[in-house]
Design a protein. Structure first.
Length: 320
């Protein structure tokens, strides 16, 4: 049986949050599935060792609505690609008529999709409801990233993960400045944690975070830091897997750490906790002073209202 899953959301976090449903579909039909996803979901790297995945098909539509699959002509280019693969079933984690029409014109007999024109939804609960309705299973929302054991062991030796140290992944990056607790706070936190316990810090950011990396790597803890700046996502996965905990912003690194079964302390300052902070028991949350987990959402703009002492206390609790 050939099964296609469409997950059109951008970003690493969204991709990871949909993994439990993708795995459930694969297990139900005892078949590897094909994924139609956008390139910036990093699905190719995240799912490199995942035996539930047959292939990754690139959905070439970016946030500015450019790419070979945009518009009228782009629809038919995508249709040609999908039709040639002769899928039997499709799961569409989207309420768009475009993808419904794609499935019908491609001749896919079994179509499972969100209700059409759905305007507001909790991405975790809506996806879970689709799976419950379509395959009659009530599954856990905890994602799992599968990694080759040899990769984990090789990284453990390469980066010298000594047992007498606490290994902490610091996720100081974010998709925008309003979602980022200040780098000075993260440096201060690392300095205090290192005084309490012997620590090593693994700095999770990207090539656009050079200024933040430089500040951390010019601090008093620079000699006990490993930078992810020049590493691919797939190269960072076994490093994070060897860490003890994650501390950081609501960013892709948080969701990677959670899916690698790491205990995480997540600082939510300008994104919805109910969507991105409650699906996994691995995630503990800190929200701005005066806010609750229910009220912290887009446009909360609360990065200056995070209580440092609360973050420190929760960090120490996780380390213990």
């Amino acid at each position: 049986m050939k099964v296609l899953v469409i997950q059109q959301r951008m970003g690493i976090g969204d991709m990871i949050i949909f993994l439990p449903y993708i795995h459930a579909i694969s297990k139900k039909f005892q078949s590897k599935v094909s994924l139609l996803v956008k390139k910036n979901s990093k699905a190719e790297e995240l799912c490199e060792d995942d035996d539930h995945i047959e292939e990754i098909i690139n959905l070439d539509i970016n946030k500015n609505n450019f790419g070979k699959h945009t518009g009228f002509s782009g629809f038919f280019k995508l249709l040609k690609e999908i039709k040639e693969k002769k899928f039997d079933k499709i799961f569409i984690f989207n309420s768009s008529v475009r993808y419904l029409l794609l499935a019908k014109l491609a001749g896919i007999k079994s179509i499972n999709q969100y209700p059409l024109f759905l305007k507001k939804n909790n991405l975790v609960l809506t996806a879970k409801e689709l799976i419950k309705k379509s395959i009659k299973e009530n599954i856990s929302t905890q994602p799992i990233l599968y990694l080759d054991h040899n990769k984990i062991e090789n990284v453990k030796n390469k980066y010298k993960f000594e047992k007498n140290f606490k290994h902490i992944c610091i996720g100081f990056s974010a998709s925008g400045p309003t979602k980022r607790w200040s780098i000075e706070n993260y440096i201060k936190l690392a300095e205090i944690l290192n005084k309490n316990k012997l620590c090593k810090f693994y700095l999770a950011g990207g090539r656009n975070d050079e200024i933040l990396f430089n500040k951390f790597l010019n601090s008093s803890v620079s000699n006990i830091c490993v930078s992810f700046k020049d590493l691919s996502i797939s190269e960072t996965l076994p490093i994070i897997k060897n860490c003890d905990i994650y501390i950081g912003n609501d960013t892709g690194w948080l969701h990677i750490a959670s899916a690698l079964n790491k205990k995480c302390l997540a600082l939510f300052v300008d994104s919805p906790v109910q969507a991105y902070g409650k699906y996994s028991a691995n995630i503990s949350v800190v929200v701005p002073e005066g806010e609750t987990e229910e009220t912290t959402t887009h446009n909360t703009l609360g990065k200056e209202k995070i209580n440092f002492e609360k973050v420190l206390k929760k960090s120490l609790e996780l380390l213990n």
